[in-house]
Design a protein around this ligand. Structure first.
Ligand SMILES: NC(=O)c1ccc[n+]([C@@H]2O[C@H](COP(=O)([O-])OP(=O)(O)OC[C@H]3O[C@@H](n4cnc5c(N)ncnc54)[C@H](O)[C@@H]3O)[C@@H](O)[C@H]2O)c1
Length: 265
């Protein structure tokens, strides 16, 4: 149901790969709430995933960009700003990938080239998007930027491997850049720390099903779905959350506050 929460706003959504993606639902909900949306994903995702189908459904442009590449990000903002004709009210960073996790390399046995790639794709890409966007005047005064994290940034989930470090860095970048963009433009930056979710990135973690089932039992509200996450992201894009910034907000059915659930005893 639409509440016109984003009527008259425009924004850029990264990372919608297929119908399971959190960004897919966020783009769909932002559009439903009246926003003009621009989509982007890595060139390989445009070939192998289904972002074109979403772009057609929303009547949204879809621009390829590898978000580790400054030249790609510059071109992405140029194309986006040209299409929209004014600075952006919101941006969603919904990107993550670890070659170490993919190849089953345990945390004490990391491949360091892979490690750098994990940090670049999953965390530094947010800094690059913020730095290039700021330089290009891409963010509207009072805008909202959201990125996605997981509680392995704070607690130990061994199979999450070097993605834990990437998420800790991502959350730090959101905090520190949130200071600068808040002062300069009144732009807020927040992190949504989401429950395990059955997406391509999520199910790539070894033992995902067991982690999902455990978190579901541990959380009084059960695991938060991708659809519910999209609703929360839309709320953060809206003016209703205009004084919230630099926060890691747990969208996890209560998981992060639990010690033990009776079902697990
Ligand atoms: N699924 C979960 O359990 C879960 C839980 C908490 C947080 N998250 C986070 O949510 C975000 C979205 O992931 P998802 O679960 O929707 O999975 P997803 O696989 O649908 O999305 C990940 C996206 O990252 C994109 N991507 C990878 N490398 C890129 C690059 N170099 N340039 C541009 N895009 C690139 C992929 O193409 C894909 O669209 C990620 O940050 C992820 O870590 C996921």
């Amino acid at each position: 149901m639409s509440h016109n929460l984003l009527k008259g706003k425009c924004g850029l959504i990264t990372g919608a790969l297929d119908e399971k993606s959190i960004a897919w639902h966020a783009a769909r909900r932002a559009h439903e709430e009246g926003a003009q949306v621009v989509l982007t994903n890595a060139p390989v995702a445009l070939r192998l995933g289904q972002p074109k189908a979403l772009a057609e459904r929303l009547g949204a442009p879809l621009f390829p960009a590898d978000l580790t590449q400054i030249a790609d990000i510059e071109k992405l903002y140029d194309q986006t700003l040209q299409h929209i004709g004014r600075p952006l009210d919101f941006v969603l960073h919904s990107v993550g990938m670890s070659p170490n996790v993919r190849k089953g390399k345990a945390y004490p046995e990391l491949d360091y080239d892979f490690y750098m790639k994990t940090l670049d794709v999953s965390a530094i890409s947010l800094h690059k998007m913020l730095q290039v966007g700021r330089a290009k005047g891409a963010f509207a005064r009072g805008g909202s930027i959201v990125a996605l994290s997981y509680i392995a940034a704070q607690r130990v989930f061994p199979k999450y491997g070097d993605m834990s470090d990437a998420k800790a860095l991502l959350e730090s970048i959101a905090r520190l850049f949130g200071y600068y963009l808040g002062k300069e433009l009144g732009v807020r930056i927040n992190i949504v720390s989401q429950s395990p979710t059955a997406t391509t990135a999520g199910t790539g973690i070894a033992g995902f099903e067991q982690m999902y089932a455990y978190a579901d039992k541990m959380s009084p509200l059960g695991n938060a779905s991708a659809e519910a996450c999209a609703d929360f992201i839309v709320a953060l894009f809206s003016d209703l959350t205009r004084s919230v910034t630099m926060q890691t907000l747990y969208h996890d059915g209560g998981f992060s506050m639990m010690g033990i659930a009776e079902e697990l005893l």
